[in-house]
Structures are given as C-alpha cells and as structure tokens.
Design a binder for this molecule. Structure first.
Ligand code: C2E
Ligand code: MG
Ligand code: MG
Ligand code: MG
Length: 279
C-alpha cells in the first residue's frame, strides 16, 4: 500500500493503523527473505549447576543477523514467524545448528546437553520429529542430551494434540522442560500429566524477589519441582544475591547474565567455565 503523502491530520489514527499493517507486511517479507538468505542463527546461553558452579549445558536462542540493522532478538520476529507459518522452518534450523554444535562440544565435554525452544505450532504439528531423529542419528547424540523447552501457553492451545506430541518425544527419550513456569495458565494437573524432567522458573520471579525479598513464591516453586522429581532451573540470575538465595533454597541449576549472556559459538570458551567455579 502506497503511503498517502498528504494525509490530513484527522486521519492520524487510520494512517497509523495502515502504517502498522504495512510494517507487519514488510516484516513478514523481510523474515521470509532472511530465512532464504540464512540470516538466522543460534546464540547459546550456558546453564550452570548450583552444586559446584560448573557448566552443564546450553540453551539455543534464535538471533537474526540483519545485514544493515544488526543483531535482532526473538522479541522482534517470533510473533510474525508464528503468524506467517515460518516457525517450523526456524525450529528445523535451530535443531540442525544447535545439535551440530552440541556434537562438537561433546567431543571434549561429553555430558553437556542442548536445550531448544519449541513454539506452540511445533507442538500442534510436530513435523520436526523426523528431522530430530535424523539429526540424533547423524551426530550420534543420545536422545537424553537434547532438552525441548515448551511453555504452558503452547500446551494449552490444543491440549489433546500436545499430549500426543509429548508422549512421542518422551518415548524417544528426549527430555522436556517447562519454560517460563508460573507465567502461564496451566493447572497442576496438566503439570502432573506431562511430567517434564525440568522446571524453568521464569526470570520475572527472580527479579520480583530482588525487589520484595518475599521468599514464598520461589521456595514453593522449587519445592513443587522437587516433590515431582523435577530438576529446577532458575532463569535470569543477574546478581550474586539472587545466585546465593536460589542456591540456599536448593534450586538445581541456573542461567543468567551474571555468569553468561547468550553468545555465538566462537565466543564460547568451554574451558573457562569448567575450570572456574562460582563468580
Ligand atoms: P526463554 O526461552 O525463556 O529464554 C530466556 C530469555 O531470557 C532469552 O531472551 C535470554 O537472552 C534472556 N535472559 C537470559 N538470562 C537473562 C538475564 O540474566 N537477564 C535478563 N534480563 N534476560 C536474560 P531472548 O533470547 O530474547 O529470547 C526470548 C524468548 O524468545 C525466549 O524466552 C523464547 O521463548 C523465545 N525464543 C528464543 N529462541 C527461540 C527459538 O529458537 N524458537 C522458539 N520457538 N522460541 C525462541
Ligand atoms: Mg527457553
Ligand atoms: Mg525461559
Ligand atoms: Mg522466559
């Protein structure tokens, strides 16, 4: 849609709505083009154990390396990808990229895992499963070295289908993590049915604790995870105080800018994280 050069002031609202639609259209076109041009890649954020501060795995996070606008995070493109049906293509790309990298890192550090985020559409239409089996085979990775992260919201979109997908993945031996735990609307009976191996406490709870020092929510979530035999990961650890508190309440693992930001593969120095313990 061509922009009207002499739009009167009273048309402001309409014009902005039109701009908005045009922006989304352009973004959709750009994302399509960027996928063709291989502009998407994975950044990796380290996951550490509270026990001894050692590196135990990574989470792969999508990044768009835009030729003129620089590095763009998923907040800017994930919604358009889902709306336009590009997300399954991104999931495949992330699986291929991240599992290849995992195989490389496991040559020297054989216990590392790789976590990959799934979208609601992946759960409803699990086209990625054949590709995943193929990649495990190609790279000779054990299924339990792969963690697939799903959100409560993704499960709720179509519960019956989600359960089928989850049961297939579980039978394959792949691990599941419930991401952003506590921010969605899933009930405890859902949690009980899917029984992920890992519960990831959303970073908003960590930063809320920093403001209020109200311990009850974080304690309750960690206890719930442990009572259900789950591994509990805290997201978004930014301060030593947060690190110490979550360790005190027996949280198992953590991610956060304090120890490691998401970074590209060539910037990851595994040896540093293995030799050094807590900051
Ligand atoms: P998530 O899976 O919960 O990932 C954690 C997000 O928190 C990441 O943002 C990470 O960079 C950020 N983070 C980690 N540590 C800290 C910290 O200490 N402080 C703060 N403030 N933030 C921290 P990112 O990379 O922007 O990703 C945002 C979301 O986009 C992810 O949330 C995930 O839901 C989605 N996403 C990312 N990559 C993919 C992907 O390949 N596929 C799908 N379906 N979703 C993805
Ligand atoms: Mg995640
Ligand atoms: Mg998360
Ligand atoms: Mg999150």
């Amino acid at each position: 849609v061509a922009r009207r050069s002499s739009a009167p002031t009273v048309k402001y609202f309409d014009a902005s709505l039109e701009d908005h639609q045009r922006d989304r259209f352009n973004l959709a076109q750009e994302v399509r083009h960027a996928l063709q041009q291989n502009q998407f890649t994975a950044a990796y954020q380290a996951v550490f154990s509270f026990k001894d501060g050692s590196l135990i795995g990574f989470e792969a996070l999508a990044r768009w390396q835009h030729p003129s606008r620089g590095l763009i995070g998923p907040g800017a493109f994930m919604q358009v990808m889902e709306e336009q049906g590009f997300i399954s293509e991104l999931t495949l790309l992330m699986l291929e990229t991240a599992l290849k990298q995992l195989a490389h890192w496991r040559k020297t550090h054989s216990n590392l895992f790789m976590s990959i985020n799934l979208s609601a559409l992946d759960i409803q239409k699990p086209d990625f499963i054949d590709a995943l089996k193929n990649l495990l085979n190609i790279y000779q990775l054990t299924p339990d070295s792969v963690v697939l992260e799903i959100t409560e919201t993704a499960l709720l979109a179509d519960w019956q289908t989600a359960i089928q997908t989850i049961d297939i993945l579980r039978a394959m031996g792949v691990k599941l993590a419930l991401d952003d735990f506590g921010t969605g609307y899933s009930s405890l009976s859902y949690l009980n049915r899917i029984r992920p191996s890992t519960l990831k406490i959303d970073k908003s709870f960590v930063s809320e604790w920093s403001e209020s020092h109200d311990e009850s929510l974080l304690r309750t979530m960690v206890h719930l995870g442990h009572d259900m035999d789950m591994n509990v990961v805290a997201e978004g650890i930014e301060t030593v105080e947060e690190l110490n508190f979550l360790k005190d309440i027996n949280c198992n693992c953590y991610q956060g800018f304090l120890r490691a930001r998401p970074m590209f593969k060539d910037d990851v120095a595994l040896a540093d994280w293995f030799s050094a313990s807590k900051p």
